[in-house]
Write a protein that binds this ligand. Structure first.
Ligand SMILES: Cc1ncc(COP(=O)(O)O)c(C=O)c1O
Length: 379
């Protein structure tokens, strides 16, 4: 949506970049870039007008980067169910992102990243993935008829790998974590001139994920008190914090914010550790433990500062859960809510229970937990 798109701004050093050419990270400091819009534009629709439109990822294209706007090719992302979890508490909800194309919230980010970077001229894409992002990238590669090359850790469940292959991407299995896969893809991108859509290495995945923040507001008719987000690279967290800032600039809300909660696994919790230490950046986690929450085995993240800033600005917190608690909570998500979710979704339930127990959450507060993926892909 050209009249609304303004420029790219570095989330770490604030340096501006044009938004009309292919761009990865900040030219000055290497930090992640965020898309800025002319939110005070005279043609900006009102909230009322937006609510009259069809729900879905492209309901509000004025705050999305593609020139195609509401005609951007889509597989039907967004408008995911907001499910009341009455057995967890009086005002507890689960945003079920497994209902997206390819069974995870990764579809939201890839829908925008592939579409916008194709508009800007990219035809060959690569990324490292814990599985869900690879499947999503492959799907949008098919939709846009562009090449996608994915490196995935070799201990990833077969359905995640097979989905990525079935959707037409080239897959390389890598020994180690997503950080090792990331190093391989960075080399391949350089050698072959491929465009990397690794988490936060380009500005547009965040734009897709940010729609989760808008949708929560639309689903509930206002902001919740607390949002739990299972955090690896952190695009969703960064995106939702950005959405709330945009909503304030649009005049929809005041300075109030939901308290954002980063949820990680105890065997790989770099953001939790940095938050507890009061650090501005997160040191890489050495030797992450194996976990069934493959999306959370991310030892270092380019968006570390943005995430930590977001937690502090919203008076949120960061919680690590044990593997055992996460798996037990994944079962409760299935048997007490009716959502057969990914372990990452179960991690949010376990973290929620921990913070209720400690008194950090009051029983009358409105709480949103994210289920980010479908269990069937983890078998
Ligand atoms: C199901 C699931 N949940 C959560 C995450 C973490 O997401 P992010 O890297 O955006 O923090 C991932 C990442 O792979 C995932 O696949």
């Amino acid at each position: 949506m050209k009249p609304f798109l303004s420029h790219l701004e570095c989330g770490n050093c604030g340096h501006d970049h044009p938004a009309d050419r292919l761009q990865t990270v900040c030219d000055v400091c290497g930090g992640p870039l965020l898309v800025r819009y002319r939110l005070d534009h005279e043609d900006m629709p009102t909230l009322h007008e937006i609510l009259d439109r069809r729900p879905g990822q492209f309901r509000f294209p004025e705050v999305l980067p593609t020139e195609a706007g509401s005609s951007t090719p889509t597989l039907g992302e967004g408008a995911t169910p907001m499910v009341r979890a009455a057995r967890f508490g009086s005002d507890v909800w689960v945003k079920d992102e497994a209902q997206n194309p390819t069974g995870s919230f990764k579809a939201r980010g890839m829908a925008l990243a592939i579409a916008r970077n194709v508009e800007l001229g990219a035809t060959e894409f690569c990324l490292p993935s814990a599985g869900n992002a690879g499947g999503a990238a492959a799907a949008y590669g098919a939709l846009h008829d562009v090449m996608v090359d994915v490196a995935i850790p070799d201990n990833t469940p077969r359905p995640l790998i097979e989905e990525t292959r079935a959707l037409g991407a080239t897959v390389t299995l890598v020994e180690g974590t997503i950080a090792d896969a990331g190093r391989l893809q960075a080399e391949k991108a350089k050698a072959n001139g491929w465009f990397s859509v690794a988490t936060l290495y380009e500005p547009y995945r965040v734009e897709g994920k940010k729609m989760m923040g808008y949708e929560i507001f639309w689903d509930l008719g206002g902001l919740p008190d607390v949002i739990f987000y299972p955090t690896g690279g952190g695009t969703g967290l960064v995106g939702m914090v950005k959405a709330f800032d945009e909503m304030e600039k649009l005049g929809w809300i005041g300075s109030e914010r939901p308290r954002m909660v980063v949820v990680q696994v105890a065997g790989c919790a770099p953001i939790v550790r940095a938050f507890e230490r009061g650090d501005e950046f997160a040191a890489p986690w050495e030797d992450p433990d194996e976990t069934s929450a493959f999306g959370l085995r991310v030892p270092s993240a380019l968006g570390d500062k943005l995430m930590l800033d977001g937690l502090r600005q919203t008076k949120g917190t960061a919680v690590a859960v044990t593997e055992q608690d996460m798996l037990a909570a994944t079962e409760r998500l299935a048997t007490e809510v009716g959502i057969w979710g990914s372990p990452e979704g179960g991690a949010c339930v376990a973290a929620f229970e921990q913070l209720v127990e400690s008194g950090w959450i009051r029983s009358d507060e409105t709480v949103v937990l994210f289920n980010t993926g479908a269990a069937a892909k983890y078998l």
